[in-house]
Design a protein around this ligand. Structure first.
Ligand code: C2E
Ligand code: CA
Ligand code: CA
Length: 753
């Protein structure tokens, strides 16, 4: 999953993860630090508050016990007969304090008097709980809460004191306080942190119930579930305040003086820790806000700034296709999926630089767009496409299994046919152009031929083998590597070739079939490399020389070699009347070369009429002003000009009007598939017609069979060059050929040899 994320996303997520880890550490730290502190503080406060309230309660009880004790002493001090007629003033005095609600006393003989309660009939004080408890305690004491006899709904606490004289028990004084008052008083005494007071019995019962008339009247369990009754019993001390920290609450117990009860103060931990939770929530919100802002900013940044820049970096400026690096990255991604095989197809626009120099950018882009559309129409499956150099488009077609050779061969063949068909393009001036873009194709297989990073290179190597062949497509095979020395090796060897005399000239005769005469030869350069121990095709070393600025040297070498032959032959015997030499378009754009050309012509004393210059359609002659046009200057000297590989280029014919051309050569690739290919036949015918129209000589090159010859003658092309008559020949072979030709004059015999 992580592999599918972009680096950018990985960065974002790791930042957020880091933020999160920070938050957790920070939160844990502040929680533990604050929690202990808060609990300590709370316990301290609770202790303090319990002591205050407990003391008050103790005093409150003391004062009431004091009252009943005082009355008990008063009665005890009377003589027995006076005890039943205790003067009302005592009652009045004590009642006036308002500290007790009822006051009364019972004697062992069943006498009972109370104020202000009217005595019910048959009331026997000795049966009342306060009497029994008071008698049992034999000291001032506070009874358990009990229900009053008049309505049996109100709970009272009885403060009792025994009437004792000379260790003789006479009766019990009792004073009542409505338990509700205590209840109210304690429960409504505020405790910090929303805590609560209660009264606890030693067995763990909570004496006070919530102040709610509807609530259950049975004594509640101690409301804290922080500790069990056993724990409670062990915790409670009769003499000192005890603190207890339970799971969900903290409690402080204060032992009351006059009764076996404890005042408890309890605070819920959740309430206590609320500030901690609050601050943690705040921090969490802060972190969330940071995370959200980061994601948001990243999204905005990505959409507004980063993506457009990335797009610019990732795409080719002209074609708007993914560039080489992006294409490689996309291939890489594809190969990570289920489709673990693939075919990389390189489409090479051979004429790209000349297309660009002859047409507007728009027209060239249109050609590329149309090419892409043709590719799209000829593929059923998905593929990715990229612009890997200024004149190469690459496709990558993923497969589940490696496609077989025949399949690939058919695909390439089909693509080649589709892509090499002419384009009809309208330029910005609404002028129609029919343009042939010469395309070569090469494929390499992933992963058999190479990994994603060198598959394009492998396809390129395969592509370069096409320079030597008439085919327009090929597949990469391992032996391609052996066939091709690396480029740097070649350049080094070529440097040596120019110095070590490894170059030589060969001559291929051109025949005029109407007169059966040899009209001339085309001159080619041959290179046998001693260091590489093999001969290298001009299809390889000419582009190499052009690329590495050695083409001037090479052409000058050719002129020296050819001119010294001609110079020598002029003194004895000239084998043919015309020598056609191939010049690179770079040569024509090189003023230094042009100057040397004429100097050499002069110094070797060569009549200009003996020479013909072959150029390809691709040179952009509109770059020259009329006076500077080197071809015009050559033509003026009497040198004839031929256009090589006619028909393979893209040019419109208009340039034939202003170029000083006298010959056009039908390219070998058209002748090759004659007479089978109807389209090539049509093209050849068209070229012958153009020749007639513009009054140009038409030479067919690469003629290998009699059928081809007959077909060409039939359509009016008589100038023939090709293996049918002769391969390119060495000097000696050339003289031999010429002699033989002249001797027989019967070319038909020669043909059949
Ligand atoms: P090109 O000018 O189109 O030359 C024709 C090529 O076709 C030559 O290949 C020639 O040997 C070959 N050829 C001629 N007749 C036949 C035939 O009947 N069948 C077949 N299959 N091939 C035939 P080569 O010599 O390999 O030269 C290839 C290209 O290299 C030439 O194409 C030309 O563009 C360039 N070149 C060769 N020598 C020179 C040179 O000295 N200077 C420059 N600038 N370019 C050269
Ligand atoms: Ca040529
Ligand atoms: Ca040619």
């Amino acid at each position: 999953m992580l592999r599918k994320l972009s680096n950018d996303q990985k960065l974002l997520w790791s930042f957020l993860a880091l933020l999160w880890i920070n938050f957790v550490i920070f939160a844990a730290f502040s929680y533990f630090a604050q929690r202990d502190q808060l609990i300590d503080n709370a316990l301290q406060q609770l202790t303090h508050q319990s002591e205050l309230t407990g003391n008050t309660l103790d005093e409150w009880m003391s004062s009431r016990l004091g009252l009943v004790t005082g009355l008990a002493n008063e009665i005890a001090n009377k003589s027995p007969d006076q005890r039943e007629s205790i003067p009302q003033v005592y009652f009045e005095r004590i009642a006036a304090t308002g500290l007790l609600q009822y006051l009364g006393y019972g004697l062992e003989n069943g006498y009972y008097i109370s104020n202000p309660w009217p005595l019910p009939d048959g009331f026997d004080p000795r049966l009342r709980p306060w009497y029994r408890e008071g008698k049992q305690a034999m000291e001032p004491t506070i009874s358990e809460p009990y229900l009053g006899v008049d309505d049996y709904t109100t709970t009272y606490l009885a403060f009792t004191a025994p009437i004792i004289r000379d260790e003789q028990f006479y009766g019990v004084v009792t004073g009542d306080v409505s338990f509700n008052d205590i209840h109210q008083k304690i429960l409504s005494t505020p405790v910090s942190y929303n805590g609560q007071f209660n009264l606890i019995k030693s067995n763990g019962d909570a004496i006070l119930r919530p102040i709610d008339p509807d609530s259950d009247q049975t004594p509640a369990e101690f409301f804290s579930n922080s500790l069990s009754r056993d724990e409670l019993r062990n915790t409670l001390s009769a003499t000192s305040v005890t603190e207890f920290t339970g799971e969900s609450s903290i409690i402080v117990f204060y032992p009351l003086q006059h009764v076996n009860w404890w005042l408890s103060a309890e605070v819920d931990k959740d309430v206590l820790l609320t500030p901690v939770y609050h601050s943690l929530t705040n921090i969490l919100l802060l972190f969330l806000a940071i995370a959200l802002t980061t994601i948001l900013l990243q999204k905005i940044y990505a959409r507004r700034i980063y993506k457009p820049i990335l797009r610019k970096i990732q795409t080719d400026y002209h074609t708007d296709l993914p560039n080489k690096n992006t294409f490689i990255e996309q291939m890489h991604k594809l190969t990570l999926s289920n489709l673990k095989h693939g075919l990389c197809i390189l489409i090479h626009f051979k004429d790209m630089s000349s297309l660009l120099s002859s047409y507007s950018q728009e027209v060239v882009l249109d050609i590329q767009r149309k090419t892409l559309r043709r590719i799209k129409n000829s593929f059923v499956r998905d593929y990715i496409v990229g612009s890997v150099s200024h004149d190469q488009i690459a496709l990558f077609v993923p497969f589940l299994n490696s496609p077989n050779n025949t399949f690939v061969e058919r695909r390439l063949q089909h693509l080649e046919t589709v892509l090499n068909a002419p384009f009809h393009i309208e330029d910005e001036n609404q002028e129609q152009h029919t343009i042939l873009s010469a395309i070569n194709l090469a494929s390499a297989r992933y992963p058999e031929d190479g990994g994603v990073f060198d598959i394009i290179h492998k396809a390129n190597m395969a592509l370069s083998t096409l320079q030597n062949s008439s085919s327009h497509y090929t597949q990469y095979h391992n032996n391609v590597i052996k066939q091709l020395a690396t480029e740097s090796e070649l350049i080094q060897a070529f440097h040596n070739a120019l110095q070590n005399d490894e170059l030589s000239l060969v001559f291929q005769p051109q025949i005029d079939c109407s007169s059966n005469k040899i009209t001339g030869v085309e001159v080619f350069t041959r290179w046998y490399s001693n260091s590489l121990n093999k001969s290298i095709s001009p299809q390889i070393f000419i582009p190499l020389a052009e690329k590495h600025h050695l083409i001037r040297k090479l052409s000058i070498w050719l002129l020296h070699a050819l001119f010294s032959y001609i110079n020598a032959w002029l003194k004895s015997r000239l084998p043919v009347p015309r020598f056609a030499i191939n010049l690179s378009s770079l040569n024509l754009h090189d003023p230094v070369f042009i100057k040397q050309f004429f100097q050499l012509l002069k110094s070797y004393n060569i009549p200009a009429e003996l020479l013909q210059i072959e150029i390809t359609e691709h040179i952009s002659l509109e770059l020259f002003s009329d006076g500077d046009n080197p071809l015009q200057i050559m033509r003026n000297h009497g040198i004839s000009i031929a256009i090589d590989d006619f028909g393979t280029g893209y040019s419109s014919l208009t340039y034939l009007k202003y170029l000083p051309v006298d010959t056009i050569k039908i390219d070998r690739t058209f002748i090759k598939s004659l007479p089978d290919s109807q389209s090539d036949l049509a093209l050849s015918k068209a070229i012958i017609d153009i020749g007639k129209e513009f009054e140009l000589k038409v030479v067919a090159e690469g003629v290998e069979t009699k059928e081809q010859l007959e077909l060409l003658k039939q359509h009016g092309c008589y100038q023939i060059q090709g293996y049918l008559f002769s391969k390119p020949l060495t000097v000696d072979e050339l003289f031999e050929f010429v002699d033989k030709w002249n001797l027989h004059k019967q070319h038909k015999k020669l043909i059949t040899q």
